[in-house]
Design a protein around this ligand. Sequence first.
Ligand code: SAH
Length: 218
Amino acid sequence: MNQRFSGIGMTSQRTRARMLERLRAQGIADEVVLTAMNDIPRHIFVDEALASRAYEDISLPIGFGQTISQPYIVARMIELARGGRAIGNALEIGTGCGYQAAVLSRVAKVVHSVERIAPLIAKARKHLREIRINNVKVKYADGTLGVAEFAPYDAIVMAAAATHIPPELLAQLGMGGRLVMPIGPETQKLTVVERTPQGFQQTEMGEVKFVPLLGGVA
Ligand code: SAH
């Protein structure tokens, strides 16, 4: 293993253990999610110049005006998407550098992840290959309306902010499935929608700040 993988100094397992302690202190309680956060090396997903900051609770630039979310938000969204259940088929909208997809791959059987910026797709695929994750399928497309072809999903996680919940995403949720997405303009409300036999149950969690969901591909 080279240094990038074995992790010396700031990228070591000890640094990751500190990140885990912080996540627990911030209220992440799902052990499956915490284990996944511990297993996935976040420094692999950011530029080498930023690797020493990879385990701080901050968002970091990944190029093309986009950012990788802070670890707390990634963990929280996946915790909400799981809702204590095992996930079979998952959809992520906004692959970015692939980090959240990698964490999701540890709590879901299959992850379909869609991204509209072509060079980010290439980066994400490279990162996922580097750590030998093969249950994430990355797709180059506009994910505004979800990805009908692989529906239904047990979980849909949107990593970009929309102004409303696209009805197509609700239609692509399986029974008992959960959609987690930020809704709003400047700052957003992290929103969870669960599909129950009685209908869709919507819950608003805290305020968050995400890059906007954009239409078309780039
Ligand atoms: N989950 C990512 C975070 C990426 S930031 C990670 O772990 O790195 C949000 C991403 O959503 C950006 O890469 C942006 O290009 C993408 N995005 C925005 N609108 C989109 C759309 N309509 N379809 C697919 N991806 C979109």
